[in-house]
Design a protein around this ligand. Sequence first.
Ligand SMILES: [Zn+2]
Length: 198
Amino acid sequence: MAEFGNPADETQDAPLEGSPMLDPSTLPGVPDAFQRLWTPHRIAYIQGETAPADGGCVFCQAPAVAEEDSLVVARGELVYAVLNLYPYNSGHLLICPYRHVANYDEATLEEVAELGSMTQAAMRTLRAVSGAHGFNLGMNQGKVAGAGIEEHLHQHIVPRWGQDSNFFPIIAQTKAMPQLLGEMREILRDNWHSGSSD
Ligand SMILES: [Zn+2]
C-alpha cells in the first residue's frame, strides 16, 4: 500500500508559506492535510453575547431583522443564507432553514433540497466575487460535535484560498480578516447567483 502514499506531501504542503511569523517545523505535532477549522475555542463564536436577550433563537430571528442591520444575503422559500458574525474567513456563510429544526435528518426533503441548491449558489457566488479556491462545507450536529447553536440547523460554508492559513487562530485565537462584514454583505447581495430553487 505504500505506493498509494502521497510522495508530493513534502513539497506541496506549505500552509504557512505566506506567513513570515512561524516556521511549522519548529512546532510540535505531525503534519497532515487536514485543516483544523473547528477547534473548540472557535465554536464560541455564536454563543454568549450574540444570543438574543430574550433567550430566543438567533437563526429564527435573523430573517426578521431589518435589511440594513441584517447579515442575511439571500432568501429562499425554505432556507436563507446569512454571514457568520464570527467568520473563520471572509464570506463565511451559514445556510439555515427558516423552520426551527435541530438535526439534518429532521429537515423535510424540500428543505434539504433547497439547502443543497442554496449551498451551490453560495459557492458560485463566493467563487465569482472573491475567487475562492476551495470550500469547507459542514454541519455540526449536537454540542458534542461542536455545534455552537445546536438547536437550529445551519450549514457552514467557509471559502478557502491557497494562502489563507496561518497559526494565529490556533495559538493566538486571532484571525486576520481582510474584509468588513458590511462590505462583504453588499457584495454578496449584489452578486448572488440564483440557485435552481428560484
Ligand atoms: Zn431557531
